[in-house]
Design a protein. Structure first.
Length: 340
């Protein structure tokens, strides 16, 4: 099942809390996050925030961010022991991170501390019950071996400097994985994640993803990877419904040489070296296609056999006059504009 992104309502540095409105926003299916950018703002309200944490589910959360020129004191978390969704991100430094070990109710954690000192922070027992984790380590090498004990994790976004990346293959219930700025480390472990539906590979550097075998992924995203030039194994993603390729200057060709019955949406953006997109007739379910800022020639592209299901097409070159002419041609052919 595709991870559903909920609308996020942020309450920034509040002096008071409107409990009625917060509960209504949650009933409407949103996430509500109370966030603080400096200790001056949370000095007198955290106990009230904790009361809400105790009575509400994990769609109500707390975020600490910025704290410019300060190191965030994790002992602050002792004032919100019932927190279920916690964001400690956009922070340069933090100290007393061992306080995370006493938070027994955590379901969701976003940890983005630039100078993260404790590279074994995932060893805290309190984190083993997490279902959703975002963790980025920019400066020091984060040890991922502790994932062997994370039996409930479903959504993982991990990035930066890491070791023991293949420990992710222990996450048997993982259905969403984003790899962020992880360069060249092999991805064979992905083949052992039988429940994985969404894979996003963002930033970093690698030439291909050939080590990924046939799978049951629903969504694949490849964005801004240095040196990436080979997507010839795309048909290994045989039940893919959504494909997004962005900012891949060295990718020259995307060819669908086998049928992919489920693929419905393709977005290709800012792949300036891409000259050939072929085999679209192998995609009988393709409904929406967006091509933007590539070297694909429109006249050659549009002459190929296209799927009968294709109804929404956007083709942009970044040249306004040419784009207007192309759009007019597409409308005459009966294609609609791409709708979000």
């Amino acid at each position: 099942m595709r991870k559903k992104w909920k609308r996020r309502i942020l309450i920034n540095n509040p002096a008071t809390l409107d409990r009625v409105q917060i509960k209504q926003d949650l009933r409407d299916g949103n996430q509500v996050i109370v966030q603080f950018s400096h200790p001056d703002f949370y000095g007198s309200i955290l106990e009230e925030v904790d009361e809400l944490c105790a009575s509400l589910d994990e769609n109500f959360g707390v975020r600490f961010y910025a704290h410019y020129s300060l190191s965030f004191d994790d002992r602050t978390l002792l004032r919100i022991p019932h927190v279920k969704m916690l964001h400690l991100d956009s922070l340069v430094q933090a100290h007393h991170t061992e306080t995370l070990a006493v938070l027994e109710h955590l379901c969701s954690l976003n940890l983005g501390i630039y100078e993260l000192e404790n590279t074994d922070i995932l060893g805290f027992d309190s984190l083993r019950s997490l279902r959703d984790l975002v963790i980025i380590s920019d400066k020091r090498v984060l040890n991922l071996e502790y994932f062997k004990a994370f039996s409930q994790l479903e959504h993982l976004h991990v990035g930066g400097k890491v070791k023991n990346l293949d420990a992710i293959d222990n996450l048997e219930d993982l259905n969403y994985l984003a790899l962020h700025s992880i360069s060249k480390l092999p991805l064979h472990f992905v083949n052992r994640l039988k429940k994985l539906k969404q894979l996003r590979i963002l930033l970093g550097g690698r030439e291909h993803i050939q080590e990924i075998e046939e799978n049951e992924f629903d969504h694949l995203e490849i964005c801004r990877i240095r040196g990436f030039h080979d997507l010839s194994n795309i048909t290994n993603f045989r039940v893919l419904t959504s494909l997004m390729i962005e900012d891949q200057a060295q990718l020259r060709e995307i060819s669908f040489d086998r049928r992919m019955e489920a693929l419905e949406e393709i977005t290709i953006s800012n792949c300036k070296g891409l000259t050939r997109l072929s085999g679209l007739e192998q995609l009988p379910s393709l409904r929406k296609l967006r091509i933007s800022r590539t070297a694909v020639d429109f006249d050659s592209f549009i002459r190929q056999k296209l799927p009968a299901a294709l109804s929404e097409v956007e083709f942009m070159t970044s040249k306004s006059k040419a784009d207007q002419e192309i759009q007019a041609s597409l409308v005459k052919m009966g294609f609609q504009n791409w709708s979000i």
